[in-house]
Ligand binder design. Structure first.
Ligand code: DQA
Length: 149
């Protein structure tokens, strides 16, 4: 069976993890999070590649050029505003999981709305850095079941 490939995309300000609002986002840095998800990928025999940008257009470009089996995306603040990222996700039809470190539904009202959630295969929010690993486990399970059927 060929190796699955999953892309992880981190949106704006997630490069500041570790020092940014630790009460909401914990103390792990983005490097820690990427290392952990790549390590879990090795365990599951999934190739995991990661990308972070503070710029909406760069995230759109990255999505348009995806050639992976699936996507894990934390669009960060763009979750709540970006029609452009929604349209990019619609244009490529790659299965994706929306991830958030914090439970956005426990926070300010403007964070309750997601521009992409209705297109996502699933959403994981509120488990801190572990949200990414839970998403990878979920996607892996789903993609392996599809290959078997
Ligand atoms: C976030 C939640 C967003 O509301 C916020 O703008 C972020 C991070 C999260 O991971 O909890 O930057 O996506």
């Amino acid at each position: 069976m060929s190796q699955l490939h999953i892309q992880v995309i981190h949106g704006p300000n997630l490069n500041m993890l570790g020092t940014r609002e630790p009460g909401h986002y914990g103390s792990q840095t983005l490097v820690d999070i990427n290392e952990s998800i790549i390590e879990l990928g090795d365990e599951l025999n999934v190739r995991v590649t990661t990308f972070q940008s503070n710029h909406e257009g760069e995230i759109v470009d990255k999505i348009q050029h995806l050639d992976t089996d699936a996507l894990i995306i934390n669009p960060a603040a763009y979750t709540h505003t970006s029609v452009a990222i929604r349209d990019a996700l619609l244009s490529v039809k790659i299965p994706f999981i929306e991830v958030h470190l914090s439970n956005i539904h426990k926070r300010e009202d403007f964070r309750h709305k997601s521009m992409m959630v209705d297109m996502a295969m699933g959403v994981i929010a509120g488990f801190g850095a572990q949200s990414y690993n839970l998403a990878l486990r979920g996607l892996h399970h789903h993609l392996i079941s599809l290959k078997k059927s």
